[in-house]
Design a protein around this ligand. Structure first.
Ligand SMILES: Nc1ncnc2c1ncn2[C@@H]1O[C@H](COP(=O)(O)OS(=O)(=O)O)[C@@H](OP(=O)(O)O)[C@H]1O
Ligand SMILES: Nc1ncnc2c1ncn2[C@@H]1O[C@H](COP(=O)(O)OP(=O)(O)O)[C@@H](O)[C@H]1O
Length: 490
């Protein structure tokens, strides 16, 4: 791991590290001055103080720990080049402290950063601005820092608050999910409905693991860095970097077909609203989002971000002992789906994967985990593109299965099927004669015999194939898919 060509000679021999996506987003904000007063990743004392009381060690208010995890091997370094996933160097970290997180045990490096290059990728990158690149307004500026599209209600509330303050609007789409493009497109789609002169600047602020109040505080810091004088938010929180303005409640007056403040709706008029759950249910069924709720252009983007279940990407992940019936049921399911039509199916069978994608890997814990991560990566890509990925490895470790669930769930849906056939039955079947060899000590680390299998506690379906035929087992999975709306019933 040494820095690539193109770096100044003085930095060439420095070790390099590629932070994860969330840390890279934090790095971008640190380098751009959006996280001012922070100039680098936090050390142990600052982090503890921020978590405990929302302040840095010197008393400056700051709501969220901004830290950098590294492998233990890098904790002895004095300087480190931080690079993007393609190996492009972004910054040099001057290590002030190497420390271990007392909760997660992860190793962290803290210290100031020297920018080398601004990250230059990502959809709508051309719309991004550093705070020092925008012309500051003289008058009030109302920031809306949002991860959600603006529907007719929010547009009305925003216009009302902006007018009341006589403020310019600064719309900050917060990027950091899987559907960032849909969010920015949905906000661009309502541009005409926004007050004149509204600026839209996407900000790579990923969701930190903090409560709503801290999240509002963080948004207020970002808003202040971009020159806002006010932040529109659902609730006021003490200590925000700029004052929070909360909109008054609005509802749809169905009698006269307009959105307006609830206080101005006649008591005998019918009010309408659509909760997030109702909206999600409509999207899941692929039904029309009513025009009174949101504009058609926004509705179209909502459907991109959350396609109807029967078109949404899906991974069905079978796990179980060797010989439990994973391949048989997975193959049966793939055939049944292909026969029904309307879905593209990729079958990632354990044995086949080991011959191609994971050729050369052993059955050590590290190699099994790598094998499952590779399967998960491919399944997530299939899912992202709206296909059905069917996986059938043993996948003996719960943590690795959970990792795959997380990866896939970010881009579509994930179903875990535990093929729970008892070991004695698998061993009796011994289709490949492997159990006999394992018992004879000829195969070390054989799952269920001399290697662990962690039973899933989070299975969406359990199938004990000793009590049913392969056809019945496939039927159970199909029933689950129909009940969940992923495929249509016959
Ligand atoms: N030591 C050991 N333990 C378990 N299984 C072994 C081992 N050595 C070879 N095999 C054969 O490899 C198949 C399991 O591979 P997987 O990729 O599914 O395993 S894992 O998920 O990476 O643990 C498994 O296939 P299935 O029977 O289809 O499960 C076995 O045939
Ligand atoms: N209900 C059932 N579902 C799946 N397989 C079954 C069932 N009943 C018997 N079997 C037999 O059990 C064996 C399972 O092997 P396989 O599907 O390769 O399991 P795995 O992929 O989990 O190693 C096959 O020989 C299959 O015919």
């Amino acid at each position: 791991m040494t820095a690539e060509a193109g770096l100044p000679d003085t930095l060439r021999d420095l070790p390099t590290w590629t932070p994860g996506p969330a840390e890279l987003a934090d790095l971008e904000l640190l380098l751009a001055g959006v996280y001012r007063p922070l100039t680098g990743f936090l050390g142990s004392f600052d982090t503890a103080m921020v978590i405990a009381g929302g302040r840095l060690a010197d008393g400056t208010p700051w709501p969220v720990p901004v830290t950098l995890s590294v492998p233990k091997e890098l904790t002895a370094e004095e300087r480190l080049v931080l690079q993007d996933p393609e190996g492009v160097p972004l910054a040099v970290l001057q290590v002030a402290e190497a420390w271990q997180d007392p909760t997660t045990q992860a190793w962290k490096l803290a210290g100031p950063l020297e920018a080398l290059r601004a990250p230059a990728h990502g959809p709508f990158h051309s719309m991004r601005r550093r705070p020092d690149e925008i012309t500051k307004s003289d008058g009030p500026v109302l920031a809306v820092a949002t991860r959600d599209p603006l529907h007719r209600k929010q547009l009305g509330q925003l216009r009302q608050v902006a007018e009341g303050l006589n403020a310019q609007v600064l719309l900050l789409p917060l990027l950091g999910g899987e559907h960032d493009e849909a969010l920015v497109r949905a906000l661009l789609a309502v541009r005409k409905e926004l007050p004149e002169g509204t600026q839209i600047i996407p900000v790579p602020l990923v969701r930190h693991d903090i409560d709503d109040d801290r999240d509002t505080l963080l948004r207020s810091h970002v808003a202040a860095a971009y020159g806002a004088t006010h932040l529109l938010a659902d609730a006021e929180v003490e200590g925000t970097a700029v004052p929070v303005v909360t909109p008054e409640p609005w509802a749809y007056d169905a009698d006269v077909e307009v959105w307006r403040p609830v206080a101005r709706i006649e008591p005998d008029h019918v009010q309408a609203e659509l909760s997030q759950n109702q909206l999600n249910a409509l999207l899941d069924r692929g039904e029309l989002i009513p025009d009174w709720f949101t504009t058609p252009a926004v509705a179209a983007e909502l459907a991109v971000a959350r396609p109807p279940k029967h078109e949404r990407g899906l991974t069905v992940f079978f796990t179980g002992l060797s010989g439990s019936g994973k391949s048989t049921v997975a193959r049966g399911l793939a055939d049944a789906l292909v026969e029904r039509g309307g879905r593209t199916v990729s079958l990632l069978d354990g044995d086949v994967v080991r011959r191609l994608l994971s050729a050369g890997l052993t059955f050590s814990k590290a190699d099994r985990d790598l094998n499952i991560r590779r399967i998960g990566y491919v399944a997530a890509e299939v899912t992202r593109h709206g296909g059905v990925a069917i996986c059938a490895p043993i996948a003996p470790y719960a943590a690795t299965r959970a990792e795959v669930r997380r990866m896939v769930s970010a881009v579509g849906d994930f179903i875990l099927v535990h093929v729970s056939t008892p070991l004695e039955v698998c061993e009796r079947r011994d289709r490949k004669g492997l159990y006999a060899k394992a018992r004879a000590g000829q195969i070390p680390e054989f799952t269920g015999v001399s290697d662990p299998y962690e039973e899933p506690a989070d299975a969406d379906l359990s199938l004990d194939t000793s009590t049913m035929s392969p056809g019945e087992a496939v039927r159970h999975v199909l029933d689950l898919l129909v009940a969940g709306g992923w495929i249509r019933g016959e």
